[in-house]
Ligand binder design. Structure first.
Ligand SMILES: [Zn+2]
Length: 314
């Protein structure tokens, strides 16, 4: 289930709630603001507000409709972008708007990153959003409003997202698992944009995992079980451990390519381990990777990884 807790959106949500409660909710909204400050989350929240079954309490977050939307499983909440905008997809959506909604009396169509739509895409949509419709609501999210046709802009009510406060940004990052001190440091360096900060943290983590996998591959080549175990034990997060395993798989399977000389750990593996051992290690890594479906304790699993890999080398 998606966590739709909003941070620092009090002014936007109270404005939207007032519009909803007064029955003045426009048929097309455009949420604008910098990438990473929560436009997509707020768009989902708008869908909850508009469709919730508990009128004045909307969004109640617990009715059937709210639950379905939170689970990304509501037939009348449509995400137009998918992987990428296409003319066919937009035509299909426009056709749907002529039909009754599937479930209730409303259909909400969300156009995330609508600044990625071409002029052709936007023109295809124009007719649908021209007239207020009884059944259809349109929510756009947009960073660069210059990329949106004036004819679209004139038909939507724009809600600019306000800058997040420092404490709101910290709370948001802490809720996503970033230690408070680290969150404060990042905000100081990168500004009050939790999405941007999370992306950078994720990239940094990915690089660190890749480096660990490289080290472990070298230790395997040197048949150094002690340092392999030590490297693995530095991780206590399941997702990170499986990240290492999959990076390790890439390295070891490259060492299996007969015509590939490789460098670094790949080269060392080729030089030091027999083909038979390399195969055995690759197979063991595959087995470890398949454990990702089981609910194993990360600490125990870290120790298990090292012992399993050396089981086939010794
Ligand atoms: Zn509800």
């Amino acid at each position: 289930m998606m966590d739709l807790t909003l941070f620092g959106k009090q002014s936007e949500t109270s404005r939207l709630k007032a519009l909803h409660n007064d029955g003045r909710m426009p048929h097309a909204l455009m949420l604008t603001g910098e990438r990473g400050i929560g436009k997509k989350m707020l768009a989902r929240w708008c869908a909850l507000l508009m469709m919730c079954e508990n009128g004045a309490e909307a969004p109640c977050m617990h009715c059937r409709t709210c639950n379905n939307i939170k689970n990304d499983d509501h037939p009348d909440v449509i995400f137009a972008k998918g992987e990428k905008y296409s003319a066919d997809r937009i035509r299909e959506i426009v056709q749907q708007t002529a039909l009754f909604p599937n479930d209730g009396d409303l259909r909400v169509i969300i156009f995330e990153d609508c600044d990625e739509m071409t002029e052709i895409h936007q023109n295809l949509l124009l007719k649908a959003i021209e007239e207020p419709s009884k059944y259809n609501r349109y929510i756009f999210t947009c960073e660069n409003t210059d990329a949106v046709l004036p004819t679209i802009k004139s038909r939507v009510v724009t809600i600019p997202l306000s800058e997040m406060s420092n404490p709101d940004c910290v709370s948001c990052l802490v809720a996503k698992g970033v230690p408070e001190q680290e969150a404060t440091k990042y905000i100081f360096r990168l500004g009050k944009n939790p999405g941007k900060i999370l992306e950078i943290i994720k990239d940094k983590k990915k690089i660190a995992l890749q480096e660990s996998a490289e080290k472990i591959a070298q230790y395997i080549a040197d048949e150094n079980e002690y340092d392999t175990a030590r490297e693995f034990s530095g991780y206590t997060d399941r997702e990170e451990l499986f990240g290492i395993i999959s990076a390790l798989y890439d390295i070891v399977s490259r060492a299996l390519l007969p015509d590939y000389e490789g460098e670094g750990a790949v080269k060392r593996l080729k030089e030091n381990l027999s083909l038979k051992k390399l195969y055995a290690v690759t197979r063991r890594i595959e087995e470890l990777n398949s454990c990702s479906d089981y609910n194993v304790n990360a600490k125990v699993f870290a120790a298990y990884c090292a012992s399993q890999l050396f089981d086939v080398i010794a």
